[in-house]
Design a protein around this ligand. Sequence first.
Ligand SMILES: *Cc1c(COP(=O)(O)O)cnc(C)c1O
Length: 419
Amino acid sequence: MSEISELAAEAEKLDAADELAALRERFVLDDVVYLDGNSLGALPAGVPARVEDVVRRQWGELRIRSWEESGWWTAPERIGDRIAPLLGAAAGQIVVGDSTSVNVFKALVAAVRMAGEDDGAGRAHGVGRESGAGRGSGADRDEILVDATTFPTDGYIAESAARMTGCALRPVVPAEMPAALGDRTAAVLLNHVDYRTGRLHDLPALTAAAHQAGAYVVWDLCHSAGALPVGLDEHGVDLAVGCTYKYLNGGPGSPAFLYVRHGLQDRFDSPLPGWNSHAEPFGMRPAYAPASGAPRGRVGTPDILSLLALEAALDVWDGVSVEAVRAKSLALTDFFLRCVGEYVPDGRVESLTPAAHAERGSQVALRCDDAGDVMKRLIERGVVGDFRAPDVLRFGFTPLYVGFADVERAARVLGETLV
Ligand SMILES: *Cc1c(COP(=O)(O)O)cnc(C)c1O
């Protein structure tokens, strides 16, 4: 048997043994190999009918009554609680709304404000006190550290947040973050998984290091939410944001989430205190008074159509554990790297994604000289990944609907394209 058919036969066996294989039926897919779920997740099969009902009945017939009767008003927190278990968070800490970019702004400015309030004993809630952190007053904390490899929007927003809060912004690669932390650090903004290389950063260790230094940490989970266990509560993460249209399949532009852990909610001072986050939104008072709990992270009127499409999309997670998804994700990326090794001529691509499981998200990034052109040809042949300038082929693996035969075919077509 040639090595090509050996890999195809192995893929068939792996698919037959895959306990998540049947989940693919929960999505609308065709015979395209879709490896771009890290950019826009595929359509869950239940979404169109739900959206139709929301539009025709809830909006068309019930009209304004739906704010109460269809649960529109409470959707941001209700859907936050649906996402919470996927991120290892207890209920009541996540609100859904706005874009990730906007939530980065809210979280980062709020983090700097908290640091500014802390007294000389360190973080007001105790974490980090043991290190002697916060030697000066909170007002001396005038630096924000930002992931130097971040998805650009986080960097742009952090720059503006720094300017507004009178902080200096220092870009640092995540591995060097612990050494860069100090008693001037107010807040740290990190990406959990590098959107370009697929590298997974050590959230528990980096969070602990930030706390040790008396700083607050904001994690961007765009490429880990729905792809791997995050353990927000377990690791004491302060604040986190992420989008819902990648591995959570919420649809184009579906609203993002904001996590503020319980212990910090009363201190969360939003830089965007809209009327939806007011303690009494319909009191229509001239003076702002913040709501307690997760609703404090809201701003204006929620984007109901997108929110409820996302809610329907989350049904695909019924009975699915994130641990099983993670195990399959690693098996898929391992198998892809192996198939690429077999099928692609030596030296044509180089993996930018770490080989170690502990450092790998749910994607594989291959450096390739003519990547833009290669990706175009792959897409023409029914293998959809994406191209990230200047020279990266990016393949995202959503374990809910990608199988091993897909992986084998993608690598085979890539090999044929690069001959
Ligand atoms: C996809 C992504 C975003 C997207 O932000 P939007 O405001 O939703 O456009 C932000 N940050 C990271 C790390 C991302 O991967």
